[in-house]
Design a protein around this ligand. Structure first.
Ligand code: GTP
Length: 365
């Protein structure tokens, strides 16, 4: 039996306010919650049992899957207090059904990748590895912890973020997908917070255990930040990234119940949620517009997320913005790039401008 653990207990602080009420893996990307894309990928790879390692808003995962009737068994390992990635893996390991030598897939709950999961499982078994890590190559290695390997793909070290050019010895980084031999996973302490990246893996390498890298150039994106999140969703819609649940590639994914004016332009892999209303000449590019959102005429929404039941007034401009749920932005606002608006905010018409055309003073002097 092939089994998997999905690490989905993090608070997703970098995606607030979207994660205020919804854990990151349950946020909608390209028309489905991200975790459903991952589940579909696991099933495609022949996984029959998955354990969700949950903590933050744990009950919402059980709600999401209460009617799940596919050929996949789901177990829940709930942490009272977050155990870190290593502690979470060990805690979830209690629910596994296989034997000590079986291979167990472990996936971070926020990585969108084109990795062939069957291929990494096969390589792990062929090499009789203790752990096999998916590694991806990055353009700017200075921003990441690095994982050099030798000519046989054996992991040599887990290096902290480099501080000098000499310390950049490879462009390979941990891609957040691992295969563990079950008995190795059972060695991780389960009674305290443990980081798999900072403690477990370096410890295994230091002890001379069989830790291998599986390096690929497939599509790979960590969806942990707002901009990465909107781009990941857009890439699924345009077909750059693949998921068994992704729609047929196109410029936009518009829910059947959304109402879109024919003069509106929706491009770059944008998603328009159920019951959203998009006005005349609105321009929505590489963005996620949630359920029940109203985007008024001539509004511009670029690389942004507008969470459910919010609105953007006529002529307002959003770039790389994150708008929490039930937030209303009046007409003719121009939001500074990367602004985050908390849930339930109200921005009056003309309240925010980036240039000298601020509205006339309405106060009585
Ligand atoms: P940020 O708060 O924005 O850094 O996001 P995050 O909480 O998701 O943390 P991070 O991106 O580092 O986590 C990587 C993956 O591990 C995510 O899928 C998290 O859900 C998961 N994760 C992180 N910490 C824990 C934990 O303590 N327990 C469990 N079960 N999962 C965790």
């Amino acid at each position: 039996m092939t089994e998997a653990i999905l690490l989905v207990g993090g608070q997703g602080t970098r995606l607030r306010p979207l994660t205020n009420h919804t854990p990151k893996p349950l946020l909608q990307v390209a028309g489905s919650s991200f975790i459903r894309h991952q589940i579909a990928k696991l099933m495609e790879a022949g996984v029959e049992h998955v354990v969700f390692a949950t903590s933050y808003l744990a009950q919402l995962f059980e709600e999401e899957f209460k009617d799940f009737s596919h050929e996949l068994a789901i177990s829940y390992a709930v942490e009272e207090a977050p155990l870190g990635t290593g502690g979470a893996i060990r805690n979830a390991g209690r629910h596994l059904r296989g034997s000590a030598d079986d291979a167990v897939l472990v996936l971070n709950g926020d990585i969108l990748s084109g990795l062939d999961l069957r291929a990494v499982l096969d390589r792990h078994r062929e090499r009789q590895a203790d752990v096999t890590l998916h590694l991806t190559r990055v353009d700017d290695p200075s921003a990441f912890g690095l994982v050099p390997t030798d000519g046989d793909d054996r992991v040599l070290a887990f290096l902290e973020k480099p501080r000098t050019a000499e310390e950049i010895v490879t462009d390979q980084i941990n891609a957040g997908c691992y295969v563990f031999r079950r008995s190795v996973l059972d060695e991780i302490p389960a009674d305290r917070e443990v980081s798999v990246e900072r403690e477990t893996f370096p410890g295994l390498v230091a002890d001379g255990r069989r830790v291998f890298g599986h390096t690929t150039d497939d599509y790979w994106r960590d969806l942990g930040t707002p901009l990465a999140f909107v781009h990941g969703s857009a890439d699924l819609v345009t077909g750059l990234a693949r998921s068994p649940l992704a729609p047929r590639p196109g410029e936009a994914l518009v829910h059947a119940t959304a109402v879109v004016d024919p003069t509106a332009r929706i491009t770059g892999g944008s998603t328009i949620g159920p019951h959203a209303v998009i006005g005349a000449r609105a321009e929505i590019h590489r963005s996620i517009v949630g359920r029940g959102v109203e985007i008024a005429e001539a509004a511009v929404v670029h690389e942004s997320v507008v969470d459910h039941d919010s609105s953007v007034g006529a002529g307002s401009v959003l770039r790389e913005a994150v708008v929490g749920c039930h937030t209303h932005i009046g007409a003719h606002n121009e939001l500074p790039a990367q602004l985050r608006l908390s849930c339930g905010m109200r921005v009056p018409a003309g309240g925010l401008r980036l240039n000298a055309t601020a509205a006339a003073c309405s106060a009585v002097h």
